[in-house]
Design a protein around this ligand. Structure first.
Ligand SMILES: [Zn+2]
Length: 287
């Protein structure tokens, strides 16, 4: 594997969940060796179980149940966007069940979303209307060129297989003064550096790319964007989500026991603020 930014061979970095994460010796961009066809992988992996606690997926214990906390995180992002663009046409990439689209419409945006998961796209269509939702990857979906003011990518960037061509496609969908907002993990955050392989963001196979402020700026520039703002954020997560993540990464037998005890109790929804600030938010303008 070659670094998509530096075009030099990647080096083995860490092994987790049966996958190698490799890393560029120069820019430190991390990439999971997926070992199979991405399009097929996306179709089979992001199934109902991904959102509903399948023990073979390090994903969501119950995405629907987590809605209040997901909304809490997303409202913060939308308030950040509103300072720059309080109205306009918005596209949410990887919209899952459509929570961001619903929130954005409530705030007065003309909002749309898409997701490669058949299960999620159907749920999103039921929530916000099928005319606002498409099913597909960034390369598969069809929208008119130069039609959006805002594109949002919350917890999506790490799932892409070819972020450079994906960003070029999204660039073509934005109006000339359009903006893109990305939230993803930060490999240079304190949590990432201290926890190393135990960092909860290292969850192959669904997390494929691992960026930090500098190398994501290089990628955005290559795709025709100028990064303007950058900050780190903490997150609200449910106890159920945290336990499910801990048990499915196979590194905590203790979490497995606790998860079994609270699985069908209201404790699953118990809100935890994770102040690790291991996620970063980037706002970039189309050039
Ligand atoms: Zn590199």
């Amino acid at each position: 594997m070659q670094c998509i930014l530096c075009d030099i061979p990647l080096e083995k970095y860490l092994y987790k969940n049966g996958y190698w994460i490799q890393r560029c010796p120069s820019c430190h961009l991390g990439e999971t060796d997926l070992k199979r066809d991405y399009t097929k992988f996306v179709k089979e992996f992001y199934s109902q179980g991904y959102y509903e606690g399948d023990p073979t997926r390090s994903a969501y214990a119950d995405y629907e149940l987590d809605k209040p906390l997901i909304v809490k995180n997303m409202q913060k992002f939308l308030s950040f966007i509103a300072k720059k663009k309080p109205t306009g046409k918005l596209l949410d990439v990887g919209c899952a069940f459509g929570f961001v689209v619903e929130l954005a419409v409530k705030r007065g945006y003309d909002a749309y979303g898409f997701d490669p998961s058949t299960f999620a796209a159907k749920k999103a269509g039921e929530l916000v209307g099928n005319d606002r939702i498409q099913e597909g990857t960034i390369q598969q979906v069809r929208y008119p060129k130069s039609s959006f003011d805002i594109i949002t990518m919350f917890d999506v960037f790490e799932h892409l297989q070819d972020p450079l061509s994906d960003m070029r496609k999204l660039h073509s969908l934005l109006k000339p003064d359009g903006i893109i907002i990305i939230a993803t993990g930060d490999t240079r955050s304190l949590a990432a550096r201290i926890m190393k392989r135990r960092w909860t963001f290292f969850i192959p196979p669904q997390h494929i790319f691992f960026f930090h402020r500098k190398n994501i700026a290089v990628l955005l520039n290559k795709a025709g964007f100028t990064p303007r703002k950058w900050h780190r954020v903490g997150k609200w997560l449910s106890l159920g989500y945290v336990l499910h993540l801990a048990r499915t990464t196979g590194e905590s037998a203790f979490a497995n026991i606790i998860y079994a005890l609270v699985r069908y109790t209201p404790l699953m929804r118990f809100p935890l603020y994770i102040p690790m600030k291991d996620n970063m938010v980037i706002l970039a303008e189309k050039r």
